[in-house]
Design a protein around this ligand. Structure first.
Ligand code: HEM
Ligand SMILES: [Cu+2]
Length: 494
């Protein structure tokens, strides 16, 4: 690989023998490998709920925990790496730091997977206290190992965020990283440079990500202390709040990381630049301030929770979600409208993902509204809405990015279009069965469901199979292109 024309950033990586492009490609391969495996696990769970295969309850809950924790950690890696790919040049990021953070997260994931697959640890990915300590189907060591795994995921994400934040402070300063100079003329730089939208998203993610990782670390250390010394007291209400501060926010941030990718990628397909303006500064600053306050919507059923937190959590959910989603979706539509959009696998998945984000976001806000939550809490409505914006949003953005990264200039061949259709048909049918279950009041997280759960799960399994077939075909096509184009490209045009 010729390094001469790639500047000092590439050289940092070259010292370690890892080039940025290679690191992104490797992370994508690991990430998609994991998604494929965990998606199969999801299909097996559905099949078990649909009485197509038989699993013991203990195995079902272990797989549920594996699927949830694994998917979240994997999409954190995939979205972070995709966003990093664009930030690298804008912020002069060093590839070594990315290597360490991805290694830490993958290492944490492997530790958690060992606790689950060998030990049978199975309290669900939110590992709510006291369940991890009183489950009688898994040994004590598996509880500790799982928490160590979560600790490493948190550390890896913190390293990523610290590196982003340090670079943003160096290149722009925090306020200008949020483009507040578009509002306050006093902040304007002499050279007139304004942070592009992808940097604004990075500033928000870096700050809220650090808060999230800090909460996760406090939480896991308290749980590990309790694990090592059962006399060490932990307060269930505090633990539940910290757990959702960490769990809700880290899952949520994958959407904001994805938005950073969208800002950088769509101009490539439409041939139009995506400019920063005041509205982006206001919306993203609002999200920055309110995203860390949305978690209480997971605790509406906890009557001991302070009432002001319930109300504040409900309001924050709305205030955090709406501005960034609206400016991004609206901005994307403006960018595409009457442009010569090139419809490729990448652009198709990005636009479809925006739809998933919108639908899932609305479904999420319905659930986060107290009177609705009274009836939807812990029904299949919950996996319905988060699969809509994680599987039908974030994951589509990641496939879109992979396709862009692998080289997306050729039109989609007809056979790949067939897989695209299979993917979308499978996905929509699969999601529809979740929503139907939610409306019928079928509880989530049950190995054995009351009617009509099993029937819906049986249909859902068929759709999940179609989805997985479509996904496999698409990933093969993307991988093939990446191999073909990788050799001929030393550096990609961003
Ligand atoms: C590839 C296709 C997928 C299938 C077939 C699938 C299937 C399932 C099933 C059957 C459940 C259990 C629902 C319940 O009864 O409570 C579940 C839960 C879950 N899924 Fe998926 N899923 C898929 C993709 C994803 C993706 C892409 C993500 C995240 C990026 C994800 C994250 C989760 C999470 C966080 C849970 C909750 C686990 C828990 O309750 O502890 N899934 N999934
Ligand atoms: Cu939430």
């Amino acid at each position: 690989m010729a390094l001469g024309n790639q500047g000092p950033v590439e050289l940092y990586g070259a010292e370690m023998g890892v080039t940025p492009r290679w690191m992104v490609a490797l992370s994508l391969c690991i990430g998609f490998g994991l998604i494929f495996f965990l998606g199969m696990v999801g299909g097996v769970m559905k099949a078990a709920q649909g009485d197509i295969v038989h699993l013991s309850a203990a195995t079902f809950y272990a797989l549920l925990t594996l699927h949830g924790a694994g998917m979240i950690a994997t999409v954190v890696v995939l979205t972070a790496v995709a966003h990093w790919h664009f930030l690298r040049r804008l912020l002069n990021l060093r590839v070594e730091v990315l290597v360490f953070s991805v290694l830490a997260i993958v290492w944490g994931l492997l530790a958690a997977a060992a606790a689950i697959l060998v030990g049978g640890f199975g309290p669900g990915w939110t590992f709510l206290y006291p369940l991890p300590f009183i489950g009688n189907t898994w040994p004590v060591w598996s509880t500790g190992l799982f928490f160590f795994g979560v600790l490493f995921v948190g550390i890896g994400f913190a390293i990523f965020c610290i590196d982003l934040l340090a670079s943003i402070i160096r290149e722009y300063g925090i306020l200008n990283g949020l483009a507040l100079d578009t509002i306050f003329p006093g902040l304007r730089r002499a050279d007139g440079k304004v942070a592009p939208p992808t940097v604004i998203a990075a500033t928000m993610v870096a700050i809220d990500g650090l808060l999230t990782a800090a909460a996760g670390t406090v939480l896991v250390i308290a749980l590990l202390a309790h694990w090592a010394m059962p006399a060490f007291p932990v307060d269930p209400l505090w633990i539940k709040n910290l757990t959702y501060f960490f769990g809700h926010t880290i899952a949520n941030l994958t959407i904001y990381l994805s938005a950073g990718v969208i800002y950088a990628v769509l101009p490539h397909y439409t041939g139009r630049p995506w400019h920063t303006n005041k509205i982006y500064a206001i919306s993203w600053t609002t999200s920055l301030l309110f995203v860390p306050w949305a978690w209480p919507h997971h605790l509406y059923m906890d009557f001991v929770q302070a009432p002001w937190l319930q109300i504040f959590g409900e309001a924050s959910t709305y205030i955090a979600t709406i501005p960034a989603a609206v400016v991004t979706i609206f901005g994307a539509l403006l960018l595409v409208y009457r442009s010569d959009m090139r419809w490729r696998i990448g652009s198709t998945f990005f636009m479809a993902g925006l739809l998933g984000w919108l639908v899932g976001g609305v479904a999420a806000m319905i659930d986060a509204t107290i009177p609705f939550n009274d009836v939807l809490h812990n029904t299949l409505w919950v996996p319905a809405h988060f699969h809509t914006y994680l599987l039908g949003g974030v994951f589509l953005f990641v496939i879109g990015f992979a396709s862009y990264f692998a080289g997306d200039d050729a039109p989609t061949p007809p056979w790949a279009k067939v897989f695209e259709w299979l993917f979308f048909i499978g996905m929509i049918g699969f999601l529809a069965m979740f929503y139907a279950g939610g409306i019928e009041g079928v509880p989530r997280r049950e190995a054995v469901q009351p009617a009509p759960g099993p029937l819906l799960a049986m249909i859902g399994t068929v759709f999940a199979g179609v989805l997985l077939v479509g996904m496999t075909g698409l990933l093969i096509e993307i991988f093939r292109r990446g191999r073909r184009n990788g050799a001929s490209r030393e550096s990609d045009a961003t």
